[in-house]
Each structure stands twice: as structure tokens, then as C-alpha cells.
Write a protein that binds this ligand. Structure first.
Ligand code: NAG
Ligand code: NAG
Ligand code: NAG
Ligand code: NAG
Length: 452
């Protein structure tokens, strides 16, 4: 038997209730017994007795948990019949006429007294997820009349920290799995973004994406490029969406590259030596001379480390004021962090004051030899060679070999197919090309007569 399809349905449901309440409640209000106006002693007989009818559908309602809600059932010609509210999935009679049957304290019933008992309201305060479902409004005619509407209860997403990832620190090359779990109704979906809106590297299919969907984000063989904050964002269409910020730190030993390994400077000039560092955590940086003695700031020397962007990059500089003969020689830049250390050398040599270029007005002149660039990044050595074409003669300088012998790194570099941001390189390349043009112009002066 389908529930509530006859007047007997009230009784069937009512047997679940305490007997006392049932008798007092239901008998007193004429629910039990043969229903209808004739059985009600207090009823004034009407000339025409029309059957009660619903005059409106019950609206479906979607409500966030915690709110109060009111369902309306509109009838006409109710006479002495009664209106009951029921919850279909819970098989529960909630109210009959003016009486609340359920023990749920959040439920009440009202009707619109001045309107011939036309509209019956079921009130639910502080709606809970369990309140969702089909609500039936029934009139106890011989063949019960029933209509229903749905109450949908939605719950905004909530990220469950106990089963979601928190900040992680890993070594470069390791795999990282970030998890985010959220509750809510409907079930929220999770997407991942980087806090700075850069792309996420998905090694699995060799692509980069701005967003990744799913509870789990796997970063395989992480590199320093993957370092930063990730946001997992949970949404289910119910505001507000929530997010959790998870920081991924990628540790690796310091690495450096030197834009100018050979620096010629005339006596009396100021000069600045420069090493570019990448390290995480941030390295301790210092300069030494041949005797391995650390160079301290003084009237003559000024050292500085300029933080870069991203934060694992920095530039260390050594300013030497008014170079003397004793200043020529090898300088070493050294970077150490808990993951390792590395150093690089720069040779400062004596050059004659420039003739082709008038002395610069800036504090330091970085002259001559050439931006050999070995970038000891995790992406392999990248070397720049300078080509110069003149009168059909091709000069090529490749300082790769020089650099290789002068560079060290304390750790093997993880290899990963990803191109380095070339913008700095190009900038440097242009500068060094200009310098090279000068050098080659001089060389051609010397060598051209031989070639002819
Ligand atoms: C309420 O939703 C049900 C299905 O979920 C639908 O059949 C019914 O027509 C809806 N009622 C109203 C009044 O929109
Ligand atoms: C990292 O994941 C890759 C597959 O994506 C697997 O081949 C490799 O063995 C994993 N490395 C470690 C250290 O777990
Ligand atoms: C890699 O996976 C992402 C997410 O599933 C997808 O959007 C992208 O198109 C895939 N790329 C390739 C090259 O298959
Ligand atoms: C060289 O550096 C010193 C400070 O070390 C400064 O006082 C001086 O003006 C600089 N000279 C030139 C030519 O820039």
C-alpha cells in the first residue's frame, strides 16, 4: 500500500506515536472515526457540501541550512476535514490540523484564520540537512487527497583541515601530493590554482594548466618553479566558496652563474663584481680572495645581496673602490645553505683605460670580456656564444669550456624539460654583443692585414 493514499494513512502513521497522544490528540479532533461534516456535532450543516480541494501547488523550496522556512498548503471547502503535514522519506506525520505531532521542536503549524482555513503553513526553524525531502499535505477525505513539494537544503562548502594537506617542504625532484577535502550540500567540487596565478605544471601529461580540478593535485619531480602557494578552492554553488592556501617550499642547494668571469679594469677605477644565485632556503653569501679570507665591508669594499624575484633568486655584488695593482687576481663568490654550497670565481685583471668608449660617468665600468654564461640551473648548462660577421669572416667564441672548469655545484642538477625564462639572458646577450663588437673591431685592426 502506498503511504497516505487513504484516510487510513493517518492511522497507520499514528500507530508509531505514543498511544495516549494518539487518542487524546486524534479523537478530540475528529481525525479518527468516519470523517466528514456529518460526524461533527459542532458543525453547521451547509446546504451544499463540496469536497475540499487544493487550490495551489506547494512550492519547492531551496534553503541554506540554518534558515527558517515555511511551506504553504492552500485548500478550499475544507469544512470539518483536517489538513496534515507529513515528511515522506521519514514516514512521519508532522502535524494534524493545529497540532504538532512530531517531537521535532523546530516544527510548528499555523493557518490563516481570517481566510476560512484556506492556507496551512508548516514552519521549520533552523533548517537542517536532515529536513530535506518531500513534504506532503494531506486532507482526510474518504480517499485522501495529497499533494507535495520538495524542500532542498543546501550547505555551503567547508574544507576539512584534518584530511587536507598543510604546508609542505620538499627537496627538488621529489613528488608532492596535495589533498583537499570539503563537505557541503550539494557535494562541493575542488579546483586548484596558484596564488600568484602562474600555471601549474602537470608532469603526468607534460602540460601546464591555470587550474586543476579534483581533490588531489600531484606535482611530480617538483622544481623550484613549482615553489609557492597553492589554493584549493571548494565550490558547490552555495555561497560562500572557501579556499585553503597551501605553501609548497622546494629546497635545493645553491647554484650560481656569473655574467662576467673576466673583468678588466684600469688602475684607479671602481669596479663591481657580480654573481647570480639561486638557493632555497636562502643562502648565506660572501666573497673571498685567493687566501680564502672573507672580504668584509670597508672603505674599499662594499658587499651586498640583492633579493630577486622569485625569492629564491638573488644577486650578490662586490664593489671595489679605486682599484690598485694589489687588487688584481681571483675573487670568489660563495653561497651556502643547509642543502649544500657552491662557489664561482671572477678574475680581475688590469686593462688600459678605454679609448673607444669614453670613461663612463657611472661609478663602475664592467669592461671587456664577455658574458660567457653558464647557467647552472636545474635545466642543464646553457651557454651563449657570440658570433660576429664581418667581411665574410666568421669569428666564434665559445667560452663554455672555460666556464665549465671554473664552475662548481655541490649537487647534481635534476633535469627537467622546461625552458628557462630567457629575458635576462637576452638582455645580457645584447649588452655583451655591443662590447664584443668593440673588441672585435680592435682585433680586426690587428689581424686584417694578415688575412689579405
Ligand atoms: C518540484 O520539483 C519536482 C521535481 O523535483 C517537480 O516534479 C515539481 O513540478 C516541482 N514543483 C513545483 C511547484 O515547481
Ligand atoms: C615520482 O613520480 C614519478 C611518476 O610521476 C615516478 O616515476 C617516480 O618514481 C616518483 N619519484 C619518487 C621519488 O617517488
Ligand atoms: C593534461 O591534463 C589537463 C587536465 O586533465 C588537460 O586540461 C590538458 O588538456 C591535458 N594536456 C594534454 C597535452 O593532454
Ligand atoms: C669610486 O667609489 C668611491 C666609493 O668607494 C666613490 O667615493 C667614488 O666617487 C667612486 N669613483 C668613481 C669615479 O665613480
Amino acid at each position: 500500500m502506498a503511504p497516505f493514499d487513504s484516510a487510513g494513512a493517518f492511522l497507520m502513521m499514528a500507530t508509531l506515536l505514543p498511544v495516549k497522544l494518539l487518542l487524546v490528540g486524534l479523537l478530540a479532533h475528529g481525525v479518527v472515526g468516519s470523517p466528514g461534516p456529518s460526524s461533527n456535532t459542532g458543525m453547521v450543516a451547509n446546504a451544499v457540501l463540496e469536497d475540499p480541494e487544493f487550490t495551489d501547488v506547494i512550492e519547492n523550496i531551496t534553503v541554506p541550512a540554518g534558515r527558517n522556512v515555511k511551506l504553504a498548503c492552500s485548500v478550499k471547502n475544507l469544512g470539518s476535514y483536517k489538513v496534515a503535514w507529513m515528511h515522506f522519506e521519514q514516514s512521519a506525520i508532522l502535524t494534524v490540523h493545529n497540532h504538532v505531532i512530531t517531537r521535532n521542536p523546530r516544527i510548528s503549524v499555523t493557518h490563516d484564520k481570517h481566510d476560512k482555513h484556506k492556507t496551512w503553513f508548516l514552519h521549520i526553524t533552523n533548517v537542517q540537512e536532515e529536513d530535506k525531502g518531500r513534504y506532503m499535505c494531506q486532507i482526510n477525505t474518504v480517499t485522501a487527497k495529497t499533494q507535495f513539494g520538495y524542500l532542498h537544503v543546501v550547505v555551503p562548502p567547508n574544507i576539512d583541515d584534518s584530511v587536507s594537506s598543510s604546508d609542505v617542504i620538499v627537496r627538488e625532484g621529489a613528488n608532492v601530493t596535495l589533498r583537499c577535502k570539503a563537505t557541503g550540500s550539494p557535494p562541493p567540487s575542488i579546483k586548484w590554482k596558484r596564488d600568484d596565478n602562474t600555471k601549474i605544471a602537470i608532469t603526468r601529461n607534460n602540460s601546464v594548466v591555470l587550474e586543476w580540478e579534483g581533490d588531489v593535485l600531484t606535482l611530480s619531480r617538483v622544481s623550484r618553479y613549482d615553489m609557492g602557494a597553492y589554493l584549493c578552492i571548494a565550490t558547490n554553488g552555495v555561497p560562500p566558496s572557501v579556499s585553503k592556501r597551501i605553501k609548497v617550499s622546494v629546497d635545493f642547494p645553491p647554484m650560481l652563474w656569473i655574467p662576467h668571469q673576466l673583468v678588466g679594469i684600469p688602475v684607479g677605477y671602481n669596479v663591481t663584481l657580480e654573481c647570480n644565485i639561486e638557493a632555497h632556503p636562502t643562502s648565506l653569501n660572501y666573497w673571498t680572495r685567493e687566501n680564502d679570507q672573507m672580504i668584509h665591508d670597508s672603505q674599499k669594499y662594499k658587499t651586498e645581496t640583492i633579493p630577486g624575484n622569485p625569492s629564491y633568486k638573488s644577486v650578490m655584488r662586490l664593489h671595489i673602490g679605486e682599484v690598485q695593482h694589489s687588487d688584481y687576481g681571483i675573487y670568489k663568490c660563495i653561497a651556502k645553505n643547509p642543502r649544500g654550497e657552491t662557489d664561482g670565481s671572477i678574475r680581475l685583471y688590469s686593462s688600459s683605460p678605454p679609448t673607444t668608449i669614453p670613461p663612463s660617468t657611472t661609478e663602475s665600468i664592467t669592461t671587456t670580456v664577455p658574458s660567457t654564461r653558464v647557467y647552472e640551473s636545474p635545466y642543464g648548462l646553457s651557454t651563449m656564444s657570440v658570433n660576429h660577421f664581418d667581411k665574410g669572416i666568421r669569428y666564434q667564441s665559445d667560452y663554455n669550456q672555460v666556464d665549465r672548469s671554473e664552475h662548481k655545484s655541490s649537487d647534481t642538477s635534476p633535469n627537467r624539460d622546461r625552458s628557462v625564462d630567457e629575458s635576462n639572458e637576452i638582455n645580457g646577450a645584447t649588452k655583451s654583443f655591443i662590447r664584443w663588437t668593440t673588441v672585435f673591431a680592435l682585433m680586426l685592426h690587428i689581424f686584417l692585414p694578415l688575412n689579405q
